[in-house]
Design a protein around this ligand. Structure first.
Ligand SMILES: CC(C)(COP(=O)(O)OP(=O)(O)OC[C@H]1O[C@@H](n2cnc3c(N)ncnc32)[C@H](O)[C@@H]1OP(=O)(O)O)[C@@H](O)C(=O)NCCC(=O)NCCS
Length: 306
């Protein structure tokens, strides 16, 4: 068996999506593995957002047997979902994809990188540790039902470049060079949801990149806060931002808001708990070189790296 790693072509997207669902559904023991992340689209939406994502495929001859998505947010890199066809597990395919992933991070010259994985899996921890990713704190995936939410914030209208500039100033204050601009542009380009903001004195004090409903990373009936941030220490802006996201979900007719908060960001985590968010599942953040990245006690950041 000779495995080649190369960029995934559009013609292989459907198969990559199939392997993604089958691999996770099998690992998690779902009765029908293909029901994993039903109604959500992660592989396709990230593949199309190709200014900041690179999707690698692992090929046995012409057959696709695995893939990984590598993401660049300015000075920060992230990867996943990494998935391999179950028949090919434990044959080194995941490690080949990882080696090419590390090469891409080096080419991008990101300062550090991270991933989200299963804290109970010795295989997952062992695999990533080989590539200098080390487990830190749990990431809490939290949900809140949005019934009886008031008032419904109107959808944001604003000038794109100005919004991007202000959002970048906020991420930069959390981690030098962290830049979610391409993620926001992808949200708009693919019409996947809304950028929700809190304004103060005519400027943006906090923002949230929200995927909404089927065909996005959120999935049916859900608003997923893929990334959100305030300036460090600004709890009042964080609370307002969550309320605004709930208002957006209600306006869009969605019943649940989901947000992943790393527990290193303990003030944000406790604020969300206090506002009625409840744990749905946990993962662990693994950080390259054991660096802190942008997670800190007073960082009001929502970012789960799934
Ligand atoms: C996770 C996944 C991508 C790994 O792919 P794979 O091709 O099976 O992985 P590889 O064979 O390249 O590497 C497995 C490595 O796991 C590590 N490993 C396995 N069991 C281990 C243990 N008990 N302790 C420490 N390390 C262990 C080893 O490093 C092993 O490689 P080695 O035996 O050659 O040293 C694949 O199993 C998969 O698709 N799983 C379902 C989806 C998923 O969980 N994706 C990752 C989400 S973060």
């Amino acid at each position: 068996m000779t495995i080649n790693i190369r960029r995934l072509q559009e013609i292989d997207l459907e198969e990559a999506d199939h392997i993604f669902r089958l691999a996770f559904g099998t690992f998690l023991g779902l009765p029908d593995p293909m029901q994993f992340a039903a109604g959500a689209n992660i592989v396709g939406t990230r593949w199309r957002a190709n200014s900041h994502n690179v999707v690698l495929g692992a090929y046995d001859g012409v057959r696709l047997v695995g893939s990984n998505i590598i993401t660049r947010w300015g000075s920060f890199g992230m990867f996943g979902p990494l998935t391999v066809l179950p028949d090919y597990w434990d044959k080194g395919v995941g490690q080949l994809l990882m080696a090419s992933t590390i090469a891409k991070f080096a080419q991008w010259e990101v300062d550090t990188a991270g991933l989200f994985t299963f804290p109970h899996s010795t295989k997952h921890l062992g695999l990533y540790q080989k590539f200098d990713f080390w487990p830190q704190r749990l990431t809490a995936i939290m949900v809140k039902p949005v019934h009886a939410v008031s008032p419904h914030a109107p959808p944001l209208r604003g000038e794109g470049q100005n919004l991007l500039r202000q959002a970048k100033a906020i991420t930069d204050a959390n981690f030098p060079g962290l830049d979610l601009s391409e993620e926001i542009l992808a949200l708009w380009d693919q019409n996947m949801g809304e950028l929700v903001v809190v304004e103060e004195h005519g400027a943006i004090a906090a923002f949230a990149i929200c995927h909404a409903g089927s065909g996005t990373e959120a999935g049916p009936d859900k608003l997923l806060i893929k990334f959100a941030a305030t300036l460090p220490g600004r709890q009042e802006h964080f609370s307002k931002l969550l309320a605004a996201c709930e208002g957006a979900a209600a306006r869009l007719g969605l019943s649940t808001v989901a947000a992943g908060i790393n527990t290193t960001c303990s003030e944000a985590y406790q604020t969300a708990l206090g506002l009625g968010y409840r744990l749905q599942m946990t993962g662990v953040a693994m950080h390259r070189g054991n660096a802190a990245g942008y997670f800190a006690k007073n960082a009001f950041v929502i970012s789960d790296w799934r």
